[in-house]
Every structure is written in structure tokens, then in C-alpha cells.
Design a binder for this molecule. Structure first.
Ligand SMILES: N[C@@H](CCC(=O)N[C@@H](CS)C(=O)NCC(=O)O)C(=O)O
Length: 110
């Protein structure tokens, strides 16, 4: 992630999942609100980024990533570095037994 990602989100929508994830792992990002009630998701500009007209949609290095799972997979490497417990002397490093990013998506997304 060389440039700050742009997250298209809507309040109360499932885009809250990557929104929380980015906040938690401390990634600088630009949130851009899409007003679903006004139909902004169907605007030609947004549809050019997200052909199904859905949030979350994230722009990373100029490329659009849509749908929660791919969005979470994209930010996963950073999340694992930041959120997993740090190694302690004499204690083997923990291995993730679940892909918490997918669990997060299931819990907060769809
Ligand atoms: N399975 C997709 C669901 C995306 C989705 O349905 N987003 C809803 C908000 S929760 C949306 O953008 N709805 C706008 C519409 O359907 O017009 C994901 O996990 O990203």
C-alpha cells in the first residue's frame, strides 16, 4: 500500500467491517461516503469503480477492489503484522489458526 487507500463506505452498511479494520491497524486511508438512500451507488462515476454499485469498494494504488473478503485479504498482511502478539524470548511465535480477517468479515459483514 504505497498510497493511502480510498474506502468507499456507507454508514450502517457492511463496509463498516473494513472501516473498523483499517482504523484498528492504523492504516491511513481516505474514507469517502456513499449515500445509499440517495442512490449514489448507482452513479456512473461509482459504477465505473464498482460495477455492481456496492460498498465496500476500496481503491488501492489506483486499482479498485470490491466485496468485503477481497478487501480484507488485501489489508491482511498489514493486519497480521500489527495485531498478532509479538514474539517473546523463549516462546515460539504464535501461528494464526484461523484467518481472522475472514472471521471478521463473517461477523460484521455478510
Ligand atoms: N457480499 C458483498 C455485499 C456488498 C453489499 O451488498 N453492500 C451493500 C451494503 S451492505 C450495498 O452496497 N448495497 C447497495 C445496493 O445494493 O444498492 C460484500 O461482502 O461486500
Amino acid at each position: 500500500m504505497s498510497k493511502p487507500p480510498i474506502l468507499y463506505y456507507a454508514p450502517t452498511a457492511c463496509s463498516i467491517a473494513p472501516h473498523i479494520a483499517l482504523e484498528e491497524i492504523g492504516v491511513a486511508f481516505e474514507p469517502r461516503r456513499i449515500d445509499l438512500a440517495k442512490g449514489e451507488q448507482a452513479s456512473p462515476e461509482f459504477m465505473a469503480l464498482s460495477p455492481l454499485g456496492r460498498v465496500p469498494t476500496m481503491i488501492i494504488d489506483g486499482e479498485a477492489v470490491t466485496v468485503n473478503t477481497p478487501v480484507h485479504c488485501t489489508i491482511r498482511p498489514r493486519a497480521l503484522r500489527v495485531l498478532l502478539p509479538r514474539n517473546r524470548p523463549g516462546v515460539p511465535p504464535p501461528r494464526p489458526r484461523i484467518d481472522w480477517t475472514r472471521l471478521w468479515h463473517l461477523a460484521f459483514g455478510h
